[in-house]
Structures are given as C-alpha cells and as structure tokens.
Design a protein around this ligand. Sequence first.
Ligand SMILES: NC(=O)C1=CN([C@@H]2O[C@H](COP(=O)(O)OP(=O)(O)OC[C@H]3O[C@@H](n4cnc5c(N)ncnc54)[C@H](OP(=O)(O)O)[C@@H]3O)[C@@H](O)[C@H]2O)C=CC1
Ligand SMILES: O=C(O)[C@@H]1CCC=N1
Length: 272
Amino acid sequence: MDNRHIAFIGAGNMSRSIISGLVKSGYDASAISAINPSQPKLDALQAEFGINIGNDNIEACRQADVIVLAVKPQLMAEVCGPIASLDLSNKLIISIAAGVSCNSLTEYLQQPIALVRTMPNTPSMLGLGLTGLYAPDNVTSSDRAFAGKLMAAVGEIVWSQQESGINQVIACAGSSPAYFFLFMEAMEQAAAGLGVAPDDARLMIQQAAVGAAQMVKQNPQLSLAELRAQVTSKGGTTAEAINTFEQHNLRSTVDAAMNAAVNRAEQMANQF
Ligand SMILES: NC(=O)C1=CN([C@@H]2O[C@H](COP(=O)(O)OP(=O)(O)OC[C@H]3O[C@@H](n4cnc5c(N)ncnc54)[C@H](OP(=O)(O)O)[C@@H]3O)[C@@H](O)[C@H]2O)C=CC1
Ligand SMILES: O=C(O)[C@@H]1CCC=N1
C-alpha cells in the first residue's frame, strides 16, 4: 500500500485500534497523525506507536492525503465545519462514524468529496477486525483500493453495494464484540455463583471463547449448528444448557438486539 499521509481526527478507542493494527502491519508510523483535544491519549499513542500527534484539526487535514473522521457522531457537524474551509479535492475522506450518512458528511464539508464510509470494530487492534466499507459512485478505484487496503491491514473487509449495508455491518460486527463480552460477563457471574474462583472463571471462559472462535474460523465447511452438535451429547449436560437457552428465547432476544442496533443507526442518520 502506498504510504499516503493519514490524519486521524479524534484519537479515541477506535482510532487507537486502527492505528495499532496499522503500525503492527508495517504502515510507516511517520505517515500517521492523530489529532485530539485532550493530550494524554495522544502522548500514549506517540509513545507506543511513534506516530505524529497534534491538536490542530485544520493543519493536520491540510497536510494529510487521507482524513479519517473518528469523532462521535454527535460531534461530526461541529468538527467538519472548520475543515470545510480547506480544498479537499485531492484528499480521500474516510469516516468511521456510525449513523452519519454520506449526504450529511458532504453537507458538513460543503464541497464534492471522495468519501468512503467504513464500519470497523475494536478487534482491529489485534489485526482481527472486520470492517464494512461503502463508497458512492464518484470515488475512484484507486481511492477504493486504498481504503480497502487500509482497513484490510487490521482485519477482514466486506464492501457494501448500498449505504444501508453499513448498518447491517454495525449490527453484525461493529457492535457485536460487545454482545460477546456481555455473554462472557454473564458466564463469569454464573461461574461465581457456582463457587468458581474469579481467575479460574476468566481463564475457562476466555479459552472456551477463543477456542470456539478458532473452530468456526478453521472449519468453514461446518455450519455453526454442526459445530454446536459436536459438543452436544444426546441426553448430556450441554443439551440441558442449550435447551435452557432456547426456552428462554435466546434467538429472539438476539434478533431483537440486532434490529435495535440497526434502528438506532437509522435514527442517528436522521439526527446527525
Ligand atoms: N468503539 C467502537 O467499537 C466503534 C466506534 N465507531 C465509531 O467511531 C467513532 C469514534 O468512536 P470511539 O473511538 O469509540 O469514541 P471515543 O470517544 O473513544 O473517541 C472519540 C475521540 O474524539 C475526540 N474528540 C472530541 N472532540 C474532538 C474534536 N473537536 N476534534 C478532534 N477530536 C475530538 C475525543 O477526545 P476527548 O476524549 O479528548 O474529548 C475522543 O478521543 C464514532 O463515530 C463511532 O460511531 C465505529 C465502529 C466501532
Ligand atoms: O456503539 C456505537 O455506536 C459504535 C458503533 C459500533 C460500535 N460502537
């Protein structure tokens, strides 16, 4: 990938995840800048990854070839306002914000822009991310390729043909690490109730989660139901646990949760 200069506007959790993955994948740290109002996050990023840091959004955007908009959705309009004074015609804009549409971003930046909307997730910090991407028709194949390679440096990528695909990615991958953490938290609490020592509980849950995820990854020929069946002896312990989940409507709960994530993204798109 050509080392275009990338400015991350907002140096929070998600920028940190992507920067970490990028630098670990060999992207030139001197071609990465992170901009943030508060200093401690910047100092930590510079110390850990050797990237450039600053507090001036405009100057960073002026110097950058690629601008990654990585602030909270509700701040996007305010942050883009001053950036709109720059000539962005030779720059690629990448947004990672949930629920801020291409139309809104174009309106905030007040000029035609080459814009790629993306939806990454925090496992990007380990190179195990999943990023959904969408680009309107005006974005060149070279900019699409750069955005794809950038996010592929921190995990798998999936392109959406429609902008609405980004909200599907939010439900399935952007938000979903939190679903797995919640499930593991619930297991941790139940383990405590069974009298398991906290360190042992964490280790057991962690290894089961990592092992199960690896089994999914390494056995694409097996459906998830088949992998589950391999654990579930007839009349055994797992069957009792699984029946309990089914009786308590785990599937409809998950369905409702994922639809709630999409609905919220759609609401946000009207709001921001
Ligand atoms: N977290 C996640 O799993 C994912 C998040 N996203 C999206 O990523 C975006 C960022 O989320 P996340 O990283 O979690 O949020 P964070 O709150 O961790 O990061 C946002 C950062 O923006 C900074 N900031 C605030 N105002 C400005 C400003 N005027 N100029 C520059 N930076 C500013 C904040 O600085 P300070 O703290 O100093 O105020 C903060 O460091 C959101 O739009 C979210 O939708 C997308 C996919 C996954
Ligand atoms: O919760 C959020 O809105 C962001 C988007 C996906 C993950 N975090």
